[in-house]
Design a protein around this ligand. Structure first.
Ligand code: SDX
Length: 434
């Protein structure tokens, strides 16, 4: 079969270089530009990496035009409907769905790693009570490496997998404790007789004074939301984890870097920003069109949070599932529940925006963050915890991508170059002469 190549011709020098075109299993082909600098002396230029494949990966595939998303080849809609978050964790980490014995074994490992070292409680107590839970999570996850000195050989696949298990297992405890500390409540300890989502709700809302009944619908909804947030190809925080990990930093430090990146309102912080935006809209008394026009106004830095996406130029498939889930949950609550109004505003806002040419021309649709906050509110999870929820779920994606990179012999330290626009060479002038 003819090798697929492209030829780059420099019209100043007439020099040419033939570059290989790499074919994926599905999706856009990629030009291998690694010889470009050596043979033509040029870098490629792509701020924000809009058209750059930073790595090869077999974990997640998404098609922005179609609005499709697959984990290890399985469509997200089927996984959300049929699977469980822990089964999806196994799939993302290992590449295949587990059989019964593998699933039982994995569940046992995760269940028996949910506790934190007793000393870790003192990390929480060093924060102010009003510290943002994401600040606590960044600090505590980074500190985890201090407890596993003898198990951080990143070149040993078994030690890498143990770190992955520890992170997946401990994130709900760390997330819930950051909330409990903020509320001045005693830390609850994990329960081995509960599922992953049930145990998280128990860690968040139980008290030592009485038994806690987990609401099965809320636990199921949470499990689906965790599945939908588990991985998403080379997004900003995953790329951060890969870049941090490429220097051979330990996995806890790399994941802490990913949590920091996710925190931004342009990324995972958007779910918190959406509910703040919906509340502002609800209290403003202004029409929805007023807010949509504000989002279109270039002189106004207001944006419709939860709208738009770097890759999806169609409806984010996760947003569709979350919207239906929000419908189901709110239908169970009394019509005058405090969250119904925010959800109704969100539905209306979506309608107004999707009929507006500005949004249509730019293919701006609701993304994963647009409706998730309404569900978290109905579970009693406060707004400041929303991005923590995202980080909790995305940890498996981050650590699976990190593990894939560390096992890839092509892997080397990430070190992008630049287009220098600074001063030309000049001599130092002493202070007296300036
Ligand atoms: C996540 O990458 C991932 O996969 C991320 C994620 C994951 O699972 O990991 O999916 C999770 O981060 C979802 C995105 C959450 N962020 C938000 O909801 C914040 C609001 N959205 C925007 O800030 C924006 O849409 C981004 C950051 C999501 C995407 O930014 P891009 O790709 O850089 O797009 P852009 O800013 O160049 O926008 C293109 C145009 C611009 O207008 P023009 O310059 O062409 O005139 O669309 C406009 C933008 O001004 N635009 C918006 C808008 N988003 C883009 N205008 C109003 N409201 C918006 N929300």
């Amino acid at each position: 079969m003819t090798k697929h190549t492209v030829t780059v011709t420099d019209n100043l020098t007439g020099k040419e270089v033939e570059l290989d075109v790499l074919s994926p299993v599905v999706g856009p082909k990629a030009i291998d530009v690694r010889r470009l600098h050596k043979e033509l002396g040029y870098f490629t230029y792509d701020p924000g990496y809009l058209a750059t494949a930073s790595c090869s990966s077999s974990i997640t595939y998404l098609d922005g035009g179609e609005g499709t998303l697959m984990y290890r080849g399985y469509p997200i809609e089927q996984l959300a409907e049929e699977s469980s978050f822990l089964e999806v964790c196994y799939l993302l980490l290992n590449g295949e769905l587990p059989n019964k014995a593998e699933m039982q074994g994995f569940e046992d490992i995760i269940t028996h790693h949910t506790m934190l070292h007793d000393q870790m409680q003192y990390f929480f107590r060093g924060f102010r009570r009003d510290a943002h839970p994401m600040a606590i999570m960044v600090g505590v996850v980074g500190a985890l490496s201090a407890f596993y000195h003898d198990d951080l050989d990143i070149h040993d696949p078994a030690q890498r997998m143990r770190s992955a298990h520890r992170l997946i297992a401990k994130m709900p405890t760390i997330a819930a404790w950051s909330y409990r500390y903020h509320m001045g409540l005693p830390f609850m300890h994990p329960r081995n007789d509960m599922s992953y989502a049930e145990d998280f709700l128990h860690l968040m809302f139980a008290t030592p004074c009485e038994d806690y009944e987990v609401d099965p619908l809320m636990a199921k909804a949470l499990d689906v939301i965790f599945i939908l947030h588990a991985d998403h190809e080379q997004n900003a925080s995953t790329s951060t984890v890969r870049l941090a990990g490429s220097s051979e930093a330990n996995p806890f430090a790399a994941i802490a870097a990913g949590i920091a990146s996710l925190w931004g309102p342009a990324h995972g912080g958007a779910n918190e920003a959406v509910v703040n935006m919906l509340t502002e809209i609800s209290e403003s008394g202004e029409s929805l069109q007023h807010w949509v026009d504000k989002a279109k106004n270039k002189d106004d830095n207001f944006r419709l949070m939860g709208f738009g996406h770097r890759v999806y130029k169609n409806y984010d498939p996760r947003a569709k599932i979350i919207r239906e889930l929000a419908n189901e949950i709110l239908d169970r609550l009394p019509p005058d529940n405090p969250h119904q109004k925010l959800f109704d505003i969100a539905r209306e806002l979506e309608k107004v925006a999707l009929e507006d040419d500005y949004f249509k021309q730019r293919n701006l649709y609701p993304n994963v963050d647009f409706y998730s906050g309404v569900i978290f509110l109905s579970m009693g999870i406060p707004v400041t915890m929303f991005t923590v929820m995202f980080a909790l779920a995305r940890t498996v994606g981050w650590i699976s991508q990190w593990n894939e990179m560390m096992g890839d012999e092509e892997n080397r330290i990430g070190r992008p170059r630049q287009l220098y626009t600074g001063a030309e060479k000049r001599d130092y002038i002493s202070l007296e002469d300036r």
